[in-house]
Design a protein around this ligand. Sequence first.
Ligand SMILES: [Cu+2]
Length: 157
Amino acid sequence: MSEFNSGNPRPNVDLSLFGSGAVPVGYAVVLGLMMFVGCGPNSGYPANPFSSFTSTSGQLQVALRSKPDQPPTRGVSTIRYTITSGSGKAVNALTLTVEPFMDAMGHGTSVIPDVSPAGDGNYDVSNVYLPMPGRWELRTTISGAENDSCANSFEVQ
Ligand SMILES: [Cu+2]
């Protein structure tokens, strides 16, 4: 026992930075950072999309991010569509309808996702219910300034 202690004594860590006055400041900074991340452009979505593709017409670029898991896993997910024009400008004021569909088995789900615009070309699609593992497609129609569609598929574990 003593040989463990005598050989390599733990270095003395100077805790003065975390003295009684500094701790609340440290927490405030951490909380501030968390709030910044929470309200940032990605609002809890991963920085990078799990899928990026071109719409059926070829006029729109679509990127998908998901939470709580990316890519979406079995259960209920929220998926953010980020839609930009060919020149990379955010396209707002579109109306999206999203239908999850399992092509190999020829069925969708009984749950209709809710779509809410989030600005900067973002559209948050909540209540995306994927009840079983396998390949799921997001059959999406886009209307408004652009009338378009897209269907991206991904594997659900
Ligand atoms: Cu199925």
